[in-house]
Design a protein around this ligand. Structure first.
Ligand code: TXA
Ligand code: MG
Length: 376
């Protein structure tokens, strides 16, 4: 898989010049200011939003909150800025970006077809945690779409994202503000720990409310396809469209990544190996005991029962578990309905598809295979 080489040097904030309002100005795309500003999540300060939109317009990268997760934004028509987003994340160029806009009229400029289904879904769920994949307009950069015939678009509802997009007036390409394959950020602290020095400005609007990414629905084919479960649930979508295809736990073969982006097996992953267990606590405890006999520390990650709470807290829980320095995380799936479908999808990918049920019931054999996986 091709990745862009990292060549950029990071410059410290104190070396930056400032504009009339005292905000730092980046000198060139290669030198990140890494400015940090607290923004009101309900009533974003207009001068701060003007500053952020101005930076985007000059090719800078701005990390900002959306209702789902924090995004790392760049002006979508600026190829250097968009390339910098891939660089900052270490993201393969084959994985296309979502374009964010403030209003439906702007979507029409990014797509070549806006079908009736899109209009129906847009009127129900925009602004909100829904991304639509549609045939692209020829003016959209190849870099954004990974040269595919489609483009992903969304109108976020978070007041900071809305204000920023209204002020900018242009489309903003924004993936989640984390390193490629890692856990998505639901707070500014997460963005700093993932991408310190890789953005020009971080707008800290507190913790995000939905907690998992937007639902991605592909409307470019005959039947709508749910590519990524997220903030808008399958049940909600089914109430609007007659038919929708969804293959749970789909893993695209490596060769198919371009046509099925976002369906990587390894995604949203903690650094600590993780295994799903569906069999109940007794089997997990048996495994933990067998592992501890071999000096391997394992921990059961507790996921809240209520799927809405589970979604909101998921990435924070995974980060905390990752920081606990134990060698293996065991995680139960949550309620498989509503937003729980999205939570389970993330847990499956965070565990790289490994489930306790894939191993034998004999605890020693399980322990050994896990130990091997841990030390591999
Ligand atoms: O909630 C969200 O969607 C967040 C916030 C920041 O808006 N953004 C986000 O972006 O999750 P990212 O880049 O982390 O995930 C975008 C997903 C990827 O799985 C990507 O492969 C898929 O959308 N995607 C983008 N363009 C696509 C396209 N043309 N066809 C199919 N999938 C696409
Ligand atoms: Mg992401």
């Amino acid at each position: 898989m091709y990745r862009v080489a990292r060549t950029r040097s990071v410059r410290h904030t104190s070396e930056m010049s400032a504009d009339s309002e005292g905000f730092a100005i980046p000198h060139a795309a290669q030198n990140r200011v890494a400015d940090y500003q607290q923004v009101s999540a309900e009533f974003p300060q207009p001068e701060l939003i003007r500053y952020a939109a101005g930076l985007l317009g000059r090719g800078a990268l701005v990390a900002f909150p959306t209702e789902t997760v924090y995004g790392l934004g760049a002006q979508a028509s600026d190829p250097v800025a968009v390339r910098d987003v891939f660089l900052a994340k270490g993201r393969p160029l084959t994985d296309p970006l979502i374009l964010h806009v403030a209003q439906v009229q702007q979507v029409h400029e990014l797509v070549s077809v806006f079908p009736e289904t899109a209009a129906q879904l847009a009127s129900q769920f925009w602004p909100g945690p829904l991304t639509l994949v549609l045939p692209r307009h020829p003016d959209v950069l190849d870099l954004v779409t990974a040269s595919q015939p489609t483009v992903a678009v969304r109108i976020p509802s978070h007041p900071v994202a809305q204000a920023l997009l209204i002020e900018a007036g242009f489309a903003v390409a924004a993936p989640s503000a984390n390193r490629f394959g890692r856990i998505s950020p639901t707070s500014a602290a997460h963005v700093i720990s993932e991408l310190a020095g890789e953005y020009d400005l971080l707008l800290d609007g507190g913790t995000t409310t939905v907690g998992v990414e937007s639902t991605v629905v592909d409307l470019s084919g005959e039947v709508p396809r749910l590519l990524r479960p997220g903030g808008v649930t399958l049940e909600q979508l089914s109430a609007v469209v007659d038919q929708i295809e969804y293959v749970e736990r789909r893993v695209a073969p490596e060769a198919e990544n371009v046509s099925a982006p976002g369906q990587f097996l390894r995604h949203y992953s903690p650094a600590t190996p993780m295994v799903l267990f569906e069999a109940g606590d007794a089997q997990a405890r048996q495994l933990i005991a067998a592992l501890s006999e071999r000096d391997v520390t394992a921990q059961i990650v507790k996921i809240p029962q209520d799927p809405v709470v589970a979604a909101r807290e998921l990435y924070q829980i995974l980060r905390q578990a990752d920081d606990s320095k134990c060698q293996l995380l065991l995680v139960p799936p949550t309620e498989p309905s509503g937003i729980g479908t999205a939570v389970n999808d993330r847990l499956f990918r965070a565990a790289q598809g490994r489930s306790l049920s894939d191993f034998s019931n004999e605890s020693v054999r399980i322990a050994l295979s896990i130990v091997l996986a841990v030390t591999a």
